[in-house]
Design a protein around this ligand. Structure first.
Ligand SMILES: [Zn+2]
Length: 325
């Protein structure tokens, strides 16, 4: 028996009225028709699927686009807000630094003025030291060391946080302040006080005619005229190193102060202290007299720095005239 093929040649009889016609469907024709049918079927299914589900996809896509653009808009707005805040913070930081600088300028101005006053105030001391061959700057350095001044406290990360210019300025102002402190220390320690309540110079410091021999001689202190028994005051805090009758000086007191400075009080009628006594400025060391090599009642007063006599009158004047001393 002959096996049936899928697209076996087929004969079809078509009756139209009384006429019968025969149609022959060969295998290729059948394959073509079947292929056309499959193509039509596939197109129909696809179109229906697109019709039923396609809109949904489009809607989803449009929705996603809308969401994304909304997100984009929100992000753009947030970014703008952040930028505005950043600009605000920057402006604030700037204005804080400006304020710091303004305050610092004001402080610098005040400190500089004070420093100028202090320097001016010590000008007489400085000059008298120079006349005796001493350096005021060296004394100043010594005073500075005596104070044991530390540096300004700036935490490790502080300098990094700070504007470099600002940090520099703070350093400069601090140095000035530190100098001012040293001047204030000098003001405390130098013998700037008055040894008598009323100052009347009867013989100046330096070369003069000796009242006994008539020859030119050095006068290593000043003579201050006052009646016998007038109290004599120590001119700065210190310790009594000598208190006795000493030939030419008569009844005599020597006081040691800070930084290698000494004061001497001579020709006293009476000594009121003893060796080793600690004195505060204004304490009485004795009374005016005419003992030793003296031609009348008066106080012979000396100031020595590193054993070199300096003009004591300049120190008295400094206290009297100094704006800041
Ligand atoms: Zn004298």
């Amino acid at each position: 028996m002959k096996s049936r093929k899928a697209f076996e040649r087929k004969e079809i009889l078509v009756k139209k009225g009384a006429v019968v016609r025969q149609l022959t469907l060969t295998s290729p024709v059948q394959i073509l028709l079947f292929t056309l049918f499959l193509a039509f079927l596939f197109w129909t299914v696809q179109t229906s699927a697109l019709y039923f589900f396609g809109n949904d996809l489009v809607t989803q896509r449009d929705k996603r686009i809308a969401e994304l653009s909304l997100q984009n808009e929100v992000l753009t707005q947030e970014l703008a807000a952040y930028r505005a805040r950043a600009r605000g913070a920057e402006a604030l930081a700037q204005s804080i630094q400006e304020t710091h600088k303004e305050i610092l300028n004001k402080v610098d101005e005040l400190v500089s003025e004070e420093l100028k006053n202090a320097e001016d105030g010590f000008e007489r001391v400085s000059k008298s030291m120079k006349q005796s061959g001493l350096s005021f700057d060296k004394l100043f350095q010594k005073a500075h060391q005596n104070q044991g001044v530390g540096g300004p406290f700036i935490p490790d990360n502080g300098a990094e946080l700070m504007d470099e210019v600002l940090a520099d300025r703070i350093g400069t102002v601090y140095q000035k302040l530190s100098k001012l402190e040293t001047f204030s220390y000098l003001k405390e320690q130098l013998p700037l006080g008055e040894p008598l309540k009323n100052i009347r110079v009867t013989a100046a410091f330096g070369r003069r005619q000796d009242p006994f021999t008539g020859k030119m001689a050095r006068h290593e202190g000043i003579d201050l005229g006052a009646p016998e028994g007038t109290p004599v005051y120590v001119t700065s805090a210190g310790r009594v190193t000598r208190a006795f009758t000493n030939g030419a000086y008569g009844k005599f007191v020597e006081v040691e102060h800070e930084m290698g400075i000494m004061t001497r009080y001579a020709h006293l009628s009476q000594i009121l202290v003893k060796k080793g006594d600690l004195l505060q400025i204004g304490d009485s060391v004795g009374l005016v007299g005419n003992t030793g090599r003296s031609t009348g009642d008066h106080l012979h007063y000396e100031i020595l720095i590193n054993k070199t006599p300096v003009n004591p009158y300049r120190f008295i004047q400094t206290k009297r005239e100094g704006k800041n001393v």
